[in-house]
Design a protein. Structure first.
Lengths: 114, 112
């Protein structure tokens, strides 16, 4: 089991460019989510999904799109990158969408927008 | 706004000492979780305590929960240098689908 795999690990973008952060899990987890982590701000939820074909917004969704066409994959798209999106992004999954269970995190994708 | 707030923001102790971190939250919860993050890595789950539990143990970890005060504490006994990390509490806001909100974290440094 690889767990939760995020790619790329590092990325530098120019303002206005678009890109997709990839997230894949091989644990057959229903629930997947994206967080961003900024100094002094903790982790903030961007988008989440409770199953294939179902996504919803978190606390800070603006500027990001997601889709969940398969159980395994949950890509995060930056439509037009801005310096405010410089952050470390974490994908996390858990077995089911109920209110129990631990989140499994990827190792993070470090994005710099110039 | 953050559901969970940790206190202190940073804690520095010597090996062998106990480390206590506190978390306060604002809304009702089904459960509260604690996570650990080593520098440059992803978060790792430590322990989950349900809203009807008051205390839970796992190895050197002891978690307490006071729902009347909307607060929790994480105690790490006999700390080791390898415990150096950031620690986060996470709450589900009483939702039924497990959307977790994290606090800002406590940075723990354990000196050998």
């Amino acid at each position: 089991n690889a767990g939760v795999t995020q790619t790329p690990k590092f990325q530098v973008l120019k303002t206005g460019q678009s890109m997709t952060l990839q997230c894949a899990q091989d644990m057959n987890h229903e629930y997947m989510s994206w967080y961003r982590q900024d100094p002094g701000m903790g982790l903030r939820l961007i988008h989440y999904s409770v199953g294939a074909g179902i996504t919803d917004q978190g606390e800070v969704p603006n500027g990001y799109n997601v889709s969940r066409s398969t159980t395994e994959d949950f890509p995060l798209r930056l439509l037009s990158a801005a310096p405010s999106q410089t952050s470390v992004y974490f994908c996390a999954s858990k077995k089911n969408s109920g209110n129990t269970g631990e989140l499994f995190f990827g190792e993070g994708s470090r994005l710099t927008v110039l | 706004s953050q559901q969970g707030e940790e206190d202190p923001q940073a804690l520095s102790i010597q090996e062998g000492e106990n480390a206590t971190m506190n978390c306060s939250y604002k809304t009702s919860i089904n459960n509260l979780q604690w996570y650990r993050q080593n520098s440059g890595r992803g978060l790792v789950h430590l322990i989950l305590i349900r809203s009807n539990e008051r205390e839970k143990h796992s190895g050197r970890l002891r978690v307490t929960l006071d729902t009347s005060k909307k607060s929790s504490s994480l105690l790490i006994t006999a700390s080791r240098a390898a415990d150096t990390a950031s620690y986060f509490c996470a709450t589900d806001g009483g939702t039924s689908y497990g959307k977790l909100t994290f606090g800002q974290g406590t940075i723990l440094t354990v000196h050998p």
